[in-house]
Design a protein around this ligand. Sequence first.
Ligand SMILES: [Zn+2]
Length: 176
Amino acid sequence: MRDQIVSRRPAGVRYFQSEEGRVILGLERANHAGHAPSWYGLTHTRAPAASPGSFHAIALMYTLSVGPRDTFVVRERGGFAWSIWHPPDKSVLIAAASAPHWAVATAASLLPLAWLAVRLRARRHRRRRSPGRCPTCGYDCRATPTRCPECGTASKPAEAAQPATTTTTTTAPPPR
Ligand SMILES: [Zn+2]
């Protein structure tokens, strides 16, 4: 089966489709003015998958209309593929990229992990910079303000003094 979501506009067409274990992202920049109003917009279609894979079918179709000075590239490797076609003036541009479902699923599952790693790193960084912590290793140095007992880093005088400054703002009443 092939599921396709297509966005049609006067300036071009974009589509996203899933079929035969892969997804294809396509972009077609061209003048599409003059269609019936119903032609434009976002549509979803489901149909039997083209055979062979439509990526090849489309690329093959292009080769018949490619001019001698056009840029036309089709690359495929390990289930990944991409193609681009445009004349020298780039008045028309047709591009598509394809990736297997497993690659998309892997990327989607790695993103939250990457986010988590960034968050943990930021937290660790924040901790090291918090008062009373060693700026090098993050060890709690409130008991030994002059030197970190864990890694030996000497504290700056300002940092060493910080835990002691329990700001007791006892504003005495003005003398009468
Ligand atoms: Zn330390």
